[in-house]
Design a protein around this ligand. Structure first.
Ligand SMILES: *Cc1c(COP(=O)(O)O)cnc(C)c1O
Length: 359
């Protein structure tokens, strides 16, 4: 029996996808070998990676002025690759700070000694909201935002307006492909696959080709986006199996109504849990309502004691990974694309039952 898995990442994958992989694990579609054993340059594998990147752009509604890459090193490596590639010494890297992950991205800019400008921050209220105004510096290299704050549970509901000519770059690790968005407003989108579109080990980067002109040419090959674009993610051995799984998840997204379909089920799932939080004083949401994430739902109980009990009893009832991130405490339910509707319903019911007994 499968558990109800509310992990923030690596996270739940669609059961259909897991079964499809299982069926083809030992002998991939009659080729007589596993994807795990294929040369990344073989014809069979080229088909897998090419169709995954084509499908990614198709789902995003982007044309061939963009390039989809699958890299390694996690979203965390993008934190330093972005300023290395796109922030020349006379330019200023602009960031909006919405908590832990964006703060980590900012830290890398400082380590590299680049000029930094914080265009806005929600630190004044402990990162419980998304800034509604921002001020971009002179000579900006780009503006960087984090569209969903996995730990805090806030999510951008709009695409920020940026003056013409200033690239907009977004870490979309934890809400990528969870809803329709105008991706063409962004010059670069990236994230770790392990939250919403696949397993750990692959990092997606979707880059507008016009960004290639801005790249610092004096970088080690692996650090330079141009290397990966010109070699179609094949400069070195890519994370072949992770990319294969991503391709299967993308097919699943397409088969379930694409991004509109994802939005619909995600709204319904999140509503089960937010409705419980809003219907009582026992559970407290930790962020302002209008900025609530559809993907990560943090909440508190009246005491830490009760939170411990809640997490333990949930686990005894087949619901796992409900502990908040160690940096903020409390509880958190991550309800990504692949989480079955039933898991959200079961958790909402458990929350109501737990309240009755413990209030
Ligand atoms: C998880 C996460 C990261 C870090 O991703 P890694 O692939 O582990 O480096 C970065 N940004 C956000 C928003 C995340 O949720």
């Amino acid at each position: 029996m499968r558990v109800h898995n509310f992990s923030a990442g690596p996270a739940v994958l669609p059961e259909e996808v897991l079964k499809e992989i299982q069926e083809n694990l030992v002998d991939y579609k009659g080729n007589g070998l596993s994807v795990l054993e294929m040369s990344h340059r073989s014809k069979q594998y080229m088909e897998i990676i090419e169709s995954a990147s084509a499908m990614l752009l198709k789902i995003m509604g982007l044309g061939d002025d963009y390039k989809a890459l699958f890299l390694q090193g996690g979203a965390s490596s993008q934190f330093f690759m972005i300023p290395l590639n796109f922030c020349a010494d006379d330019k200023v890297a602009n960031y909006i700070d919405t908590g832990v992950w964006s703060t980590k991205a900012i830290k890398e800019v400082k380590i590299l000694g680049k000029k930094l400008h914080i265009a806005a921050t929600s630190e004044d209220k402990d990162f419980t909201y998304i800034p509604k105004e921002w001020k971009i510096s002179e000579n900006a290299a780009y503006l960087h935002i984090t569209t969903n704050n996995t730990i805090r549970g806030t999510e951008w509901k709009i695409d920020p307006e940026v003056p013409a000519g200033i690239p907009l770059i977004a870490d979309m690790s934890s809400n990528f492909l969870s809803k329709p968005m105008d991706f063409s407003k962004y010059d670069m989108i990236y994230g770790g696959a392990q939250k919403n579109i696949g397993p750990a080990g692959a990092t997606f980067v979707v880059l507008k080709k016009s960004m290639l002109e801005k790249i610092n040419p004096n970088l080690p090959s692996m650090m330079n986006y141009d290397t990966h674009v010109s070699k179609d993610s094949m400069f070195n051995t890519p994370p072949t199996f992770a990319i294969y799984v991503i391709g299967e998840v993308l097919k699943w997204i397409e088969g379930n109504g694409g991004l509109m379909g994802m939005l619909k089920i995600n709204e319904e799932k999140a509503a089960y849990i937010y409705d419980v939080i809003d219907g009582t004083d026992f559970y407290t949401g930790t962020v302002v309502k209008e900025d609530r994430s559809l993907m990560n739902i943090p909440f508190r109980l009246p005491t830490e004691e009760l939170e411990k009990k809640f997490i333990a009893e949930a686990a005894a009832n087949n619901m796992f990974n409900l502990k908040g991130h160690r940096s903020v405490g409390g509880c958190r339910a991550s309800v990504y694309n692949s989480l079955p509707m039933d898991s959200a319903k079961v958790l909402a019911k458990f929350m109501l039952d737990f309240e009755k007994v413990n209030k």
